[in-house]
Write a protein that binds this ligand. Structure first.
Ligand code: ZN
Length: 173
């Protein structure tokens, strides 16, 4: 496995609409494994393939144990072609992006979502998420459509450059 380089805002690959995967093969599984390894090194909780320069519809989530609550287990997903098929409610919270180091801002998101995707064995999967996990899914799926969190900020005065600690607390992927 390998730690991958994360590309930054300004790179045109972050603005492309990523291509569907349709069938997960060994090269997709290898990419997902490498993204999974890269997430903690980057001190985020997720990554979308375009962030490592691959414009295909793959996201990896890796929320460390104890992140949300003290006794919470690690949350780990490797998903191809994820789509939000249902949503309701509204939440607003601070977000940051590993492709926009140091910046955070307040983003409105759906409170609860249902995601449809295929897993690394090509099985269809549905996941219902709410709260912070729902934010992570929405942030990563946006990357597949070339959308960055800064595009979704409604109150521009909340966008600011912060210190490392505050950035890491808000950084999704
Ligand atoms: Zn991001």
């Amino acid at each position: 496995m390998a730690v991958l380089e994360i590309i930054l805002e300004g790179d045109p690959r972050l603005r492309e609409k990523a291509k569907r995967i349709r069938h997960v093969d060994d090269s997709v599984r290898r990419l997902a494994d490498n993204m999974h390894e890269t997430i903690p090194v980057a001190e985020g909780v997720a990554l979308a393939a375009p962030q490592v320069g691959v414009t295909r519809r793959l996201i990896v989530i890796r929320v460390p144990p104890g992140y949300e609550e003290e006794d919470a287990e690690e949350i780990s997903y490797r998903l191809a072609d994820p789509e939000i098929i249902r949503h309701h409610g509204l939440q607003v919270g601070m977000e940051g992006c590993l492709s926009i180091p140091g910046w955070i801002g307040e983003v409105p998101r759906h409170e609860t979502i249902t995601v449809k995707a295929i897993d690394m064995d090509n099985k269809p999967i549905r996941i219902k998420a709410s709260g912070h996990l729902a934010v992570i899914f929405q942030h990563e799926i946006d990357h597949l459509d070339g959308i960055l969190f800064t595009d979704r900020i409604e109150d521009r005065s909340t966008l600011r450059l912060v210190g490392q600690r505050e950035y890491e607390d808000a950084a999704e992927g």
